[in-house]
Design a protein around this ligand. Structure first.
Ligand SMILES: NC(=O)c1ccc[n+]([C@@H]2O[C@H](COP(=O)([O-])OP(=O)(O)OC[C@H]3O[C@@H](n4cnc5c(N)ncnc54)[C@H](OP(=O)(O)O)[C@@H]3O)[C@@H](O)[C@H]2O)c1
Length: 340
């Protein structure tokens, strides 16, 4: 006879889960086991996350040419390695592990979860020394979470270029999550910013600080007869072959997205041209998130929210992001607060 088990049933939470790669419909909300923090982790009750292009890529496995194997190593070969998507989170610290000193329960925080994902569940654990920062006091959770994915990416790349007053910067794909952040950060550093986006987003990028707008639907930025100190490619069509000569001597080509060939050749292109050519965002340190929080709190960095979806609308959110035309960020409201 087996003895009755007296162990407590595992606590559960709601989360958007996917168990196979495919279209938006592979994602659904279900109850899963609530995570519990290790000694060096905090457990965050997630109020908001974003549905980003990274979630689209991880779910659909649509990645730039040649990167399928590399992507599969991180995302899973046959089945998703991380069943809960969401690279970022804004929420409240629920509890902390025994070794955590930086945060206390009850603190409002932002976190970059990166390739570990997990933001599309009601609770997520993150190491205290990861990119976690206090939430800007002046922003809602919905707005604040938009600082993380696009902001950290833009900051990570732009730090690798020497930006100062008068530096000319072209942001290709200026109306997306990364582009809207890059326009703002470059402008704040004193740059003269050219934004490449469709005419419909010209007002948006101008309001974020762009000095000049090139409408990619009517004009090829590579054919306007201008060069720039820094080019930030958030689209994937401004690699070294097309855009290398458009970068001034000693300048930088920041490949936020590129294919395998661009990735492999970046170092060589850099060495041969004497320009910084990089496809590497860098380490995502907590200081970068704190930097963005300070900017947002002082009103110098503006969250750009296209629209917000509730967790129950996760399939619609994925469908929208799949369209490839979101403006800034798509917010996912994961759980309501005690105040709601
Ligand atoms: N390396 C990294 O660590 C890292 C991190 C984050 C993201 N990424 C990559 O960076 C890229 C951008 O990410 P994101 O989050 O900014 O994407 P996103 O928000 O999904 O970008 C959507 C925007 O791209 C614009 N767009 C589409 N085609 C364009 C074109 N040909 N020229 C100019 N703009 C165009 C769209 O504007 P319209 O509606 O006007 O077309 C839309 O506003 C993605 O490929 C992503 O995978 C890389």
């Amino acid at each position: 006879m087996t003895s009755p088990s007296h162990s407590k049933p595992a606590e559960t939470m709601s989360a958007a889960v996917y168990r196979r790669f495919g279209p938006p419909e592979v994602v659904h909300v279900e109850r899963v086991v609530k995570p519990s923090p290790r000694p060096d982790e905090l457990l965050i009750r997630v109020r908001a996350s974003t549905v980003s292009i990274a979630d689209h890529r991880a779910r659909s496995r649509r990645v730039p040419r040649g990167l399928q194997l590399l992507a599969a190593a991180g995302l899973g070969f046959v089945r998703p390695r991380h069943r809960i998507l969401g690279m970022d989170a804004a929420g409240v610290v629920e509890s902390v592990g025994a070794d955590v000193t930086r945060f206390r329960p009850g603190a409002d925080v932002l976190a970059m979860l990166g390739g570990a994902f997990g933001g599309h569940g009601e609770y997520v654990c993150v190491k205290q020394d990861a990119a976690v920062a206090r939430k800007p006091a002046n922003l809602t959770f919905d707005d604040a979470v938009t600082l993380v994915f696009g902001g950290m990416t833009a900051r990570g790349f732009l730090k690798q270029a020497r930006l100062q007053s008068g530096t000319s910067v072209l942001v290709n794909g200026a109306s997306g999550a990364v582009g809207t952040a890059a326009v703002q950060l470059a402008k704040l550093a004193g740059a003269h910013v050219t934004a490449v986006c469709s005419g419909a987003n010209a007002d948006l990028v101008t309001s974020l600080g762009a000095d000049r707008v090139i409408d990619y639907t009517t004009t090829d930025f590579a054919a306007v007869g201008q060069t720039w100190d820094v080019i930030v490619d958030c689209v994937g069509n401004a690699g070294f072959r097309r855009a290398g000569d458009l970068v001034n001597p000693g300048g930088a080509l920041l490949l936020v997205v590129t294919d395998l060939s661009g990735l492999v050749r970046a170092r060589r292109d850099s060495r041969r041209s004497g320009k910084t050519v990089t496809a590497n965002v860098g380490p995502n340190p907590p200081e970068d998130l704190a930097f963005l929080v300070d900017l947002a709190e002082s009103g110098s960095f503006r969250p750009v929210v296209d629209r917000a979806f509730d967790l129950a609308q996760i399939v619609d959110a994925h469908r929208y992001v799949d369209g490839g035309h979101k403006r800034g960020n798509v917010v996912l409201r994961v759980s309501a607060g005690a105040d709601a």
